[in-house]
Design a protein around this ligand. Sequence first.
Ligand code: NI
Length: 387
Amino acid sequence: MISEKTTQILPECVALRRLLHENAELSFEEYKTTEILMERLSAISGLTFYRPCRTGVIATLQGAFPGPVIAIRADIDALPITEENDLPFRSKNPGAMHACGHDGHTAMLLAAAKILAGEADKLHGTVKFIFQHAEELPPGGAEELVKAGVLADVDEVYGLHLSSLYPTGHFGIRPGALTSATDRFDIVIKGKGGHSAYPEGCIDPIVIAGQVITSLQTLVSRQISATEPAVVSICQLSAGTAYNIIPGEVKITGSTRTFNPKTREVLPKKMEAIVKGACDAYGASYEFTFSLGYASVINDEKLTAWARNLVVSTFGEERVFAIGPLMPGEDFAAMSAIRPGFFVELGAGTAPDCNVPHHNARYRMDEDALAYGIEYFCQLVRTRLSV
Ligand code: NI
């Protein structure tokens, strides 16, 4: 259940979440957010903190006794969206909105840090509170922090995402691969432009692009096992300047989502083979670029089982449910790739108008979820860093 300490700190947590919401900042530009966090952290005795990158901040709480080092990460960035909610704390920065709930993640972690700082005399080990910048923009802040050595001394790493898909205060748990690998492809088909009346003298890249687009859609349905989730989406297409000119080239851009590393490896090869085949047939040439984005978040099996028990004993069996693989990406993957990690989804979709999808200009958070997140973080640390 929700403890007295959490209930007491909740109004402060909600106020901080709203302050961050109002001051939403884009990935790699979270200067004001970082300033607010450092000001709050400096008011908590027992914490030390530093900035390994331009934005974001890492706070450390040393327990009274020796023990493992565990890290909890919250992301702090907003999205390039102009908020359409009519709220008193609506984003005052046009083109920047906390439309994914990272303001909530940050506020919950800070509240947990404050509670736990008062319990350092009981902790066997160390907690690193990672307020991470730039989750939303590859290559992402998580990878930067890993490169800066933030996890060098860490034994386990934990993360959480609020979700409007699930009822408030319910925890979605999945062992193994949780989120998809999210990669990008760019294709340029180079033909030969000319007069629309004389196609025989041209190499029409639009017709070739049409075949490429249709054929790419057969990869998932015909060449990848039905048991392996995968998506190929073409999201940008550009060509041409006038109604009577066959253009010289067509640009196609899109993204793929995969879970199995083998599928991730083989997919670009199969995609290029389709592009090459279509171009060869008509005498066109092409450029094919495949850029790796975030890998899958991998939930360590042992930590997942442990965390599931923790959630059950804290909130009750009825608060836990199993979730399937999630198609969105999450740069926590850079952390779970090098340390045993566990990432949980916390429902925040119950209150009116709070079931709007994330990344939408009308996304809203059910703030009742915040108490569950604070309690979860605190219980995680108390239990993991007990004797
Ligand atoms: Ni997010």
